[in-house]
Design a protein around this ligand. Structure first.
Ligand code: NAD
Length: 246
């Protein structure tokens, strides 16, 4: 048997980046994976690349009714909430609309998916929820991450609260807090600065290891947290950042 044999997993934002790498890694470890995203093209490409039991479906984590239906029906043992958006800027750059959008996509989405997945997990007495936070959160401040850091700190608070409420009922809840990780949206953010090379250099410079992370390195932590190997771990913000916050 593999590390996730017999488990079902639902991954949000699985079309690219960390979510994609994790959906592939979980399927490779024997899980039955439902990979979701709003981008059906990247989902189709993921389906084509996947080995193992991996289905794809469109899911907008901002849509209450869709989340209730799809997550409820999938009834997963492992819920990986990976969807999130990076707002770039200081407090004085941020509008109310940007704040509301980021909190809806990064935080309230997890409120939606967790409340849809929890009844099934509690009925089985078994479940692992993994919420994507960031090192840039309540752990460390990062420049131009005012809205983003606030959302990712909220993710940690929510994670700890859910962990405590169900700690005796077999449901665990952990957060993952990466440093800068290679992903399609990272390249978009670097390009958006107007000087790709300089922006990449600055991101690499703040990583004491001298490199940014790989999506597969974050996926490995998510597989561990989803598996029974981590059965004694709940309510924690797991930092995986090449030493950035260390
Ligand atoms: P990414 O930003 O490149 O991709 C994000 C994915 O989310 C896309 O496939 C997009 O279609 C999907 N998406 C957007 N809106 C959605 C919605 N409403 N419903 C469902 N899916 C939606 O991926 P990434 O950089 O690997 O980031 C994934 C997560 O990891 C995010 O929560 C991000 O904040 C977090 N994170 C990333 C880094 C990094 O450096 N890449 C570091 C720390 C934390």
């Amino acid at each position: 048997t593999q590390r996730l044999t017999g488990k079902t997993a639902l991954v949000t934002a699985a079309g690219q980046g960390i979510g994609r790498a994790t959906a592939l890694a979980m399927a490779a470890e024997g899980a039955k994976v439902l990979a979701t995203d709003i981008n059906v093209e990247t989902l189709a490409a993921l389906r084509a690349d996947a080995a193992g039991d991996l289905e794809v479906t469109r899911l907008d984590v901002r849509d209450d009714a869709q989340v209730a239906e799809i997550v409820g029906e999938a009834n997963p043992d492992i819920l990986f909430n990976c969807a999130g958006f990076v707002h770039h800027g200081t407090i004085l750059d941020a509008t109310d609309e940007e704040w509301d959008f980021a909190f809806d996509l990064n935080v309230r989405s997890m409120f939606r998916t967790m409340r849809a997945a929890l009844p099934g997990m509690l009925a089985r007495g078994n479940g692992s929820i993994i919420n994507m936070s960031s090192a840039a959160s309540s752990i460390i401040g990062a420049p131009n991450r005012f809205v983003y850091g606030a959302t990712k700190a909220a993710v940690i608070g929510m994670t700890k609260a859910v962990a405590k409420d169900y700690i005796t009922q077999g449901v665990r809840c952990n957060a993952i807090c990466p440093g800068t990780v290679e992903s399609p949206s990272l390249h978009d953010r670097l390009r958006a600065t107007g000087d790709y090379e300089a922006a990449m250099k600055a991101f690499v410079a703040r990583q004491p290891m001298g490199r940014i992370g790989k999506a597969e390195e974050i996926a490995a932590l998510a597989v561990y947290l989803g598996s029974d190997e981590s059965a004694f771990t709940t309510g924690q913000a797991h930092i995986i950042d090449g030493g950035w916050a260390g």
